[in-house]
Design a protein around this ligand. Structure first.
Ligand code: CTP
Length: 396
């Protein structure tokens, strides 16, 4: 039977770990749990043990635990180690290699893959120290699921909510998937959706992108075994189960999130990034002056995310893919973009209104690379995603 070692950290989100255990048991995944001292303040060992059907481990220096199963063995017996919720404190310990309690010692001793589902206050999440630890952990090949954005127990709003148990369970399934999946062990980065560039606190410049193609790609990449980071502008689509989500608004935020998510094996830029932003967005709502004259908006160019990443000297993803939305001379424009943005492949599509690509479920694409043009028939966005990801897996 596939099994995981679940480390439950302290935090109000710890109650969701109980739901996660139930979800995993339903899927036939065995769970052994370590409950940290802080975790114990939020869920009881009795509740955890009742759901796992196993002994709950709590203390590094417990003689009985050590005789039954030492911490080294505990860290290696399962197929995967999952930390949920992962507090800022646990992430810091992991990033620096501290081993001063059962959870941190086990994490240092394990030879298995580690998945973390962070949960903390939004300010703790954005703190430079936490972000530095996250970069280190990603570099150390720790996999992340979440955090999500939303209302927090402390009343604040933002990033830091524990990913939903279903999302964590899907990420676990992916990591436990057989080794023959074509993208197993690969990190795929996807940008999707529009960006939103503020004019003032209530108005913005944006575009029609639905995000469907990018989300379909992220979903397929998870299914093919990849660790997926989805950097997305505002769309109304559910997060593909198992994908790590980084919600952004503006092009500048998108670039920052993409850079934070590197290294990646494959990066696919499907986002419809606004080419321009208002040079200095107004801090207050712009009012009509009553003289009939509209305000003048002065625009400035946004960073080209695809071009910036493809041009990197170090840390360039092995395969960089751009999308080209065109309304005429589709292939010629795509060839120009391939060269101008120095990417490995451009997926070109005709977005003239009569084709109904924006917001629609189908897409007719041409794959343009240095080695030529490959035109695919009209396919669903899900099918485009599947064929594309299989092709990219082949390129790796
Ligand atoms: N792109 C990006 N950052 C930008 C603009 C575009 O990452 N600031 C990426 C898109 O995600 C897409 C590709 O570049 O993968 C092509 O985008 P497109 O808008 O078609 O090209 P532009 O460079 O904006 O050219 P134009 O608008 O002149 O057609």
């Amino acid at each position: 039977m596939r099994s995981i070692l679940l480390i439950i950290g302290g935090g109000i989100a710890a109650y969701k770990s109980l739901e996660l255990i139930r979800e995993l048991k339903k899927r036939g995944i065995g769970v052994t749990a370590i409950l940290t001292k802080a975790g114990e303040q939020f869920v009881t060992p009795l509740a955890v043990g009742a759901l796992t059907g196993e002994k709950v481990y709590q203390d590094l220096f417990s003689l009985t635990d050590e005789t039954e199963m030492g911490h080294i063995e505990l860290s290696r017996a399962a197929d995967l180690v999952v930390v949920a919720p992962a507090t800022a404190d646990l992430l810091a310990k992991m990033a620096t290699g501290l081993a001063n309690d059962l959870a941190s010692t086990t994490l240092l001793a394990t030879d298995k893959k580690v998945l973390v589902a962070p949960a903390m206050n939004v300010r703790m999440w954005h703190h430079a120290a936490t972000q530095r630890n996250i970069r280190q952990l990603k570099y150390d090949e720790v996999t992340f699921v979440g955090p999500g954005e939303g209302e927090m127990a402390c009343g604040e709003f933002g990033l830091g909510r524990l990913a939903e148990p279903l999302e964590i369970a899907a990420a676990i399934e992916t990591l436990l998937a057989p080794g023959d999946l074509p993208l197993k062990g690969k990190h795929v980065l996807v940008t999707a959706g529009p960006t939103r560039e503020p004019i003032d606190p209530v108005r913005y410049i944006s575009n029609q992108s639905s995000g469907k193609q990018g989300y379909a790609i992220a979903e397929v990449a998870v299914k093919l075994g990849a660790q997926v980071t989805l950097v997305s502008g505002p769309v109304s689509l559910p997060i593909p189960p198992g994908a790590g989500m980084m919600p952004v608004q503006t092009a500048e935020e998108m670039l920052k999130a993409v850079e934070q998510s590197l290294p990646a094996d494959i990066a696919i830029f499907t986002a419809a990034v606004a080419d321009w932003r208002v040079a200095s967005a107004a801090g207050e709502k712009i009012k009509k002056k009553g003289d009939g004259k509209p305000p003048t908006l002065s625009l400035t160019e946004n960073p080209d995310i695809l071009k910036t990443i493809a041009a990197r000297k170090s840390g360039r993803p092995k395969v960089v893919v751009g999308f080209a939305a065109e309304t005429e001379n589709v292939i010629a424009h795509a060839q120009e973009k391939l060269a101008k943005k120095s990417c490995d492949l451009i997926v070109a599509n005709d977005v003239s209104v009569e084709k109904g690509v924006f917001g629609g479920d189908a897409n007719t694409v041409h794959l343009v690379s240095k080695s030529g043009v490959e035109s695919w028939p009209k396919l669903s966005k899900a099918e485009v995603a599947m064929r594309l990801m299989q092709k990219l897996a082949g390129l790796l």
